[in-house]
Design a protein around this ligand. Structure first.
Ligand code: NG6
Ligand code: CA
Length: 518
């Protein structure tokens, strides 16, 4: 009898224990499930008005429109800057780029500008168990000066938080024109080493300037150094013949990289920074897309980018990941037409308005420089919503930290997770925007641009800088195109804006001119 009781107790205990284990397992599994994959799709120089979901009618972007319209579409989404490097710096570090002097358009030979000790978006996610990867454009510098491209290039993305990297070093128009995977140039023949120099050419090497007969794309300004694939570039390069990219295949190469990354890492929460190159110059659509938009190569590569995103989402769907993946889509800066090549962007523009309703463009402190397409999408979790909330790419880090349960905070990154998920429409109160070395301030519906010396128009690209000897003050609610400067008539508002701006930016933001409110 005693024995029987003991057996009963043992059986009951084991049953309980198993149940406990099971609960434990179930909890862990569902907790794991709760950790969504995160994909940031970042395009290059795409304007607010370049996409159907923001009103474009001359260019069709059905794949983007579907995601945007089923996700949270931001009417007030910003890149921190009107050029690439600083915007990317802010996205990945959660810090305003004007805090880092080196965060300016970098040559292909620039050293890494993110400190290896610095907190970054991929680092934060990695700490929370994510596998992290980048496929696409980097443009944040590599190495620590005098890079030898024939050895492992380091530090780079893999040293600031990415487990995997497949990148182009700088831009499509800058050398070196090769892909780099985890620090190694892809397809490099050791007997044909790569040399790169931004100051002087290598003896006997043709250039865009001297050898126009070798060009399939003509340069308009800049872009007259080494020739690769019939396209003249910024900077000089020699060697590495087997590793050189064919520009027309770049979209497919990055897409394939992004798809393979997903398929390979689908069993663990992953983060992918899919940094597409379109529609930055040189605009080189794959033959499949040539002539398809009727707007020239710039339109064609936008169609190509849209197609790539459609294909990429199909992969997520096929792998059964779409309902467990948060997608953030945005652009690093606003649009530009002629950015250095004769590629018909101006001539074939027709009725298309890349900047949408905004004034300016890439390089500009006017809205079109930084006010960009922006949406989040998460099938089954995010409900379709058009948000007026003010959000910046600098906020992605803190907001994703909240999503994954990280307590990481960074100086300028505001935690706006519920805004990004469309559960709340109250975004930032204020925001500093940047164009080259100049900064301006948005607060509520108002934008204040301090006086800056320098050219009013960048003539080569035909874009207004927003430089003026006078303060500028605009109310975007009534004047989205920034036509009515209210600085003279609303001095109270101007004063209030300047004070708030200086609180964040400090007083010495304009070292070319002493600012005084008269
Ligand atoms: C400019 C280039 C421009 C583009 C830009 C960087 C000239 C004359 N212009 O210096 O073509 O490459 O840098 O663009 O060289 S960004 O989107 O990467 O910031
Ligand atoms: Ca850009």
């Amino acid at each position: 009898m005693k024995k029987l009781i003991l057996i009963c107790i043992l059986v009951a205990f084991n049953a309980c224990k198993n149940k406990g284990d099971q609960n434990e397992n179930t909890k862990t599994a569902s907790e794991e499930q709760k950790k969504p994959n995160i994909v940031v799709i970042y395009v290059d120089d795409l304007g607010y008005g370049d996409v159907g979901f923001n009103g474009a009618t001359e260019i069709k972007t059905p794949n983007l429109d579907k995601l945007a319209n089923e996700g949270v579409r931001f009417n007030n989404g910003y890149a921190t800057s009107a050029t690439c490097t600083p915007s990317r710096y802010a996205l990945l570090t959660g810090r305003y780029p004007w805090r880092e002097k080196k965060a300016k358009i970098l040559p292909g030979t620039a050293p890494l500008i993110i400190g290896t000790e610095q907190m970054t978006l991929p680092k934060m996610l990695k700490e929370k168990g994510y596998y992290t990867g980048i496929v696409g454009k980097w443009h944040l510098g590599l190495g620590s000066g005098n890079v030898n491209w024939n050895e492992r290039v380091s530090p780079g993305p893999n040293e600031v938080g990415f487990d995997y990297s497949y990148i182009m070093a700088a831009t499509q128009d800058r050398v070196p024109t090769v892909y780099i995977e985890n620090g190694d140039v892809v397809g490099l023949d050791p007997n044909d080493p790569i040399e790169v120099n931004y100051r002087k050419n290598f003896e006997g090497e043709p250039t865009g300037k001297k050898n126009p007969e070798l060009l399939k794309l003509k340069w308009h300004h800049g872009h007259n150094s080494s020739i690769v694939n019939g396209i003249p570039r910024i900077g000089y390069m020699k060697g590495g013949k087997t590793a050189l990219w064919r520009d027309e295949d770049m979209a497919d190469t990055f897409l394939k990289g992004a798809q393979e990354y997903v398929t390979k890492h689908k069993n663990k929460p992953f983060f992918l920074y899919y940094a597409m190159q379109q529609p930055h110059v040189p605009r080189t659509p794959h033959e499949r897309f040539v002539g398809k938009s009727g707007l020239g190569p710039r339109g064609d590569v936008i169609l190509e980018a849209d197609w790539c995103i459609g294909e990429f989402v199909k992969t997520l769907e096929k792998e059964g990941l779409l309902e467990n993946t948060l997608i953030v889509f945005t652009s690093d800066n606003g649009p530009v037409l002629n950015d250095g090549y004769y590629d018909d962007a101006v001539e074939k523009l027709g009725n298309h308005t890349p900047a949408g309703p905004f004034r300016g463009g890439k390089y500009s402190l006017f809205e079109a420089g930084t006010h960009v397409p922006f949406f989040t999408y998460w099938k089954g979790t995010i409900k379709p919503f058009t948000s007026d909330a003010l959000v910046s790419q600098v906020d992605v880090l803190a907001s994703l930290a909240k999503l994954v349960g990280s307590d990481v905070t960074v100086q300028d990154s505001e935690e706006l997770l519920d805004v990004f998920l469309g559960e709340n429409a109250k975004g930032r109160e204020e925001l500093i925007i940047e164009a080259t070395t100049r900064t301006a301030f948005r607060q509520g519906d108002w934008v204040m641009i301090p006086p800056y010396k320098g050219r009013k128009i960048v003539t080569s690209v035909n874009i207004e800088t927003a430089n003026s000897k006078k303060f500028q003050l605009y109310n975007l609610k009534e004047d989205i195109g920034q036509q009515n400067n209210l600085a003279e008539t609303n001095k109270e508002k101007l004063k209030e804006m300047l004070l708030s701006f200086e609180k964040i930016r400090g007083k010495d933001y304009n070292n070319t001119e002493k600012l005084k409110l008269k």
